[in-house]
Design a protein around this ligand. Sequence first.
Ligand code: PEP
Length: 247
Amino acid sequence: MRKLIAGNWKMNGLRASSDVITEIVQGLEGTEIEADCLICPPFTLLGAFAEQTAGSGLKIGAQNCHAVASGAHTGDVSAQMLADIGASHVILGHSERRADHGELSSDVAAKASAAVDAGLVPIICVGESLADREAGLTRKVVLGQLDMSLPDALVEKPFVIAYEPIWAIGTGLTADAGQIAEVHHAVREALVKRFGEQGHNVQILYGGSMKPANATEILGVADVDGGLIGGASLKAADFLAIFNSAG
Ligand code: PEP
């Protein structure tokens, strides 16, 4: 399956960060790797980056959206607005949003419906905490989140899953190849059970302290169809090195 290498800039980046985007676009021009490449900056930079990357190999996505298209929701941004400004994807249900904003899987499912209605590709994040893993609950937690975060509206619509063990995000710790393979296999089985043939074609990304030094090994694991990269996506050279491991 074609891989997707996606950068999550979180709450980082100012207008001057367009230099990083320029460097990534230039790096992609010189590569023969056939994979999709995406950067998800904060809302404030979406419009400028979408214009800057138009016609290039780099896509631009968002990190969240509201569940309805418009209305009295002060401070929120709808999926329709993101599509209008040139975003192709939207990250939903990231563990930081589940923790900081109390987002439930049911909220994520509603947002995912809104995203596909607006023509965006949702990247739906799932992952266990360290306590879940230590209690032997990884499979139960991840598959439970998956089941409740995916609306029926995804049938025959493109969507992406990101498996991100919470204990590996921003910590420098990564799940090992065996742990990643086990969860990705379980996610694939669940997708096929629920979505049939479509489930075989859903990209399943791994996220959690991916960096140039571990990208080749992680991207080589069965059913790993790309990466969701936080810290290492802020530096063009590191992000491009990860992208170049996707071939
Ligand atoms: C993320 O925020 O999705 C992530 C995986 O972060 P990091 O790569 O910094 O662990």
